[in-house]
Design a binder for this molecule. Structure first.
Ligand code: GLN
Length: 244
């Protein structure tokens, strides 16, 4: 079995090593004797999602998001929206997550119209929300530990569920306790960098979603020895529990 993982804007959206999430998905498939074909879709390349099993979008600052606007609108937005409506799983981080929404109004008043693939919007604030954080995630059946750094505050409409609820840190906006977004098979989150290596249960949940979407009656993923990963996860969970 194999998955075609499309990495959107690997050239521009790769804050804090967000690409590590792609490597993590690839390794966890390979360790189970499966294959991941990574397809980079940089600026200027066509997004042809016909054979795509999973789309990954990393994070970027306001500047990078503005640079991408021209390339994103039109054909790419249409293809991305069609794939999402078709149930293709998407993992989008921070700036990439914001780009799935309707718009982002930066703290200095710049309006960036995004894809509108998900009914949510983001408004910049002068306060930066930065640090290690933790949220509960019912679907994954565990708490997720991560790292956030954003000034945008994201607000979800009723059509979009949160990925989880904050236990420590800010999440979507620092106000309503929500973090990230779930819509169809889209997973949006503010968690940068080593999200999936640090949270192997979430990684497998997303991979299983992609396998189920591609293969009828896909077998449940075989367990791996995650001793190291789960120790790291437990350590951060413990640390963040004391932060309140
Ligand atoms: N530009 C966005 C913000 O600051 C996203 C930043 C990021 O991806 N870290 O809200």
């Amino acid at each position: 079995m194999e998955l075609n993982i499309y990495h959107l804007y690997p050239d521009v959206l790769n804050l804090y090593g967000d690409r590590g999430n792609v490597l993590c998905m690839q390794r966890r498939l390979e360790w189970r004797g499966m294959q991941a074909n990574i397809v980079n879709v940089p600026i200027g390349a066509k997004l042809d999602a016909k054979n795509c099993d999973l789309i990954f979008i990393g994070g970027g600052q306001d500047f990078e998001q503005e640079v991408l606007l021209d390339d994103l609108k039109g054909e790419k937005t249409a293809e991305l929206k069609a794939a999402i409506e078709d149930g293709v799983p998407v993992l989008a981080i921070c700036g990439g997550y914001q780009m799935l929404g309707q718009y982002y109004k930066t703290w200095d008043g710049q309006q960036c119209d995004f894809t509108g693939a998900l009914d949510l919007y983001t408004v910049g604030s002068e306060q930066r929300m930065i640090g290690n954080y933790m949220f509960s995630c019912e679907e994954a059946g565990c708490n997720i530990v991560g790292f956030e750094n954003h000034s945008g505050k994201t607000y979800l409409s009723e059509q979009v569920a949160p990925l989880g609820m904050m236990l420590s840190g800010n999440g979507n906006n620092g106000e309503d306790k929500t973090e990230g977004a779930r819509y169809k098979n889209v997973f949006g989150t503010y968690s940068h960098g080593s999200l999936l290596p640090k949270n192997p249960v979430l990684c497998d949940f997303i991979l299983q979603t992609a396998l189920n979407h591609r293969y009828d009656g896909a077998e449940p993923l075989a367990p791996l020895d995650d001793t190291l990963e789960l120790n790291a996860h437990r350590y951060m969970q413990e640390r963040l529990s004391h932060n309140g």
